[in-house]
Design a protein around this ligand. Structure first.
Ligand code: GRF
Length: 186
C-alpha cells in the first residue's frame, strides 16, 4: 500500500525538515513549500530530491491568492497532510479550509506561554525554570491551535540562549516525527 503524502512548509534553516527526512516517517514528504527564495532548507530539499514550491508572497495581491496557488500544487501531487516547520507566516482561511484538521505546527515553547517569534529568547529572559516544545494543530491565530503533544525542557542557570536552543531543537527533532507518525497511523 502506498504511503500517505505530506508537504512540509518552512522558511529558514530546515533542521526539522532534515530530522523528518532522516526519521522513519509513516508518510512520504512529496513537496517542500517555502516562502523565502534562498532559504537553507531548499538546499536540504535538493540534497534529498524533494521537489519544492518556492514563492515570494510580495508578488501576490493577497494571502488568499498565494494560498490558492499553494493548494493547487498540493492537490497536483496528492498531499493530505501539512507539517509546518519554521514557516514564518500565518495560515489564512483559504488554506485552513482546504486542509481542515490536517495542518500541524511545532513551536519551541510550552504553549500557551511564549507564542510567536523568539519563543526561546522570551522564555530565557522571563527567568522561568522550564520551557519546552509543543506540537499543535493550527488555526488563524499565532501558535494558538489545539495542542497535540508537549515535552518540557529544563532551563539551567548555566544556560545561554544558544545552549538552550540546542537542547530544545534536539527535542523537536525526535518529537515531531514521533507525533506525525502517531497522527497518521491513528
Ligand atoms: C523551530 O524551532 C520550530 O519550532 C519553529 O521554528 C524553528 C525552525 O527551525 N517553529 P528549523 O528551520 O527547523 O531549524
Amino acid at each position: 500500500m502506498s504511503k500517505v503524502k505530506a508537504a512540509v512548509f518552512a522558511s529558514g534553516t530546515g533542521s526539522n525538515f532534515q530530522a523528518m527526512m532522516e526519521a522513519d516517517l509513516a508518510c512520504d514528504v512529496v513537496l517542500l513549500v517555502c516562502d523565502k527564495p534562498g532559504a537553507a532548507v531548499l538546499d536540504r530539499a535538493a540534497r534529498r530530491d524533494v521537489p519544492t514550491f518556492v514563492f515570494d508572497p510580495k508578488s501576490f495581491a493577497s494571502r488568499a491568492n498565494y494560498e490558492a496557488e499553494i493548494i493547487e500544487k498540493l492537490q497536483e501531487v496528492g498531499v493530505t497532510w501539512i507539517f509546518l516547520a519554521g514557516y514564518m507566516r500565518i495560515a489564512g482561511t483559504t488554506l485552513l479550509q482546504a486542509f481542515e484538521g490536517k495542518i500541524i505546527n511545532i513551536h519551541p515553547s510550552l504553549l500557551p506561554r511564549f507564542p510567536g517569534k523568539d519563543a526561546i529568547e522570551q522564555a530565557y529572559h522571563a527567568g522561568v525554570e522550564k520551557t519546552g516544545v509543543t506540537v499543535h494543530y493550527i488555526d488563524e491565530g499565532i501558535d494558538t491551535g489545539p495542542i497535540i503533544a508537549t515535552e518540557s525542557v529544563e532551563i539551567f542557570p548555566s544556560d545561554t540562549i544558544e545552549t538552550l536552543q540546542t537542547r530544545i531543537q534536539s527535542v523537536e527533532h525526535y518529537l515531531y516525527p514521533q507525533v506525525i507518525n502517531q497522527l497518521i497511523l491513528k
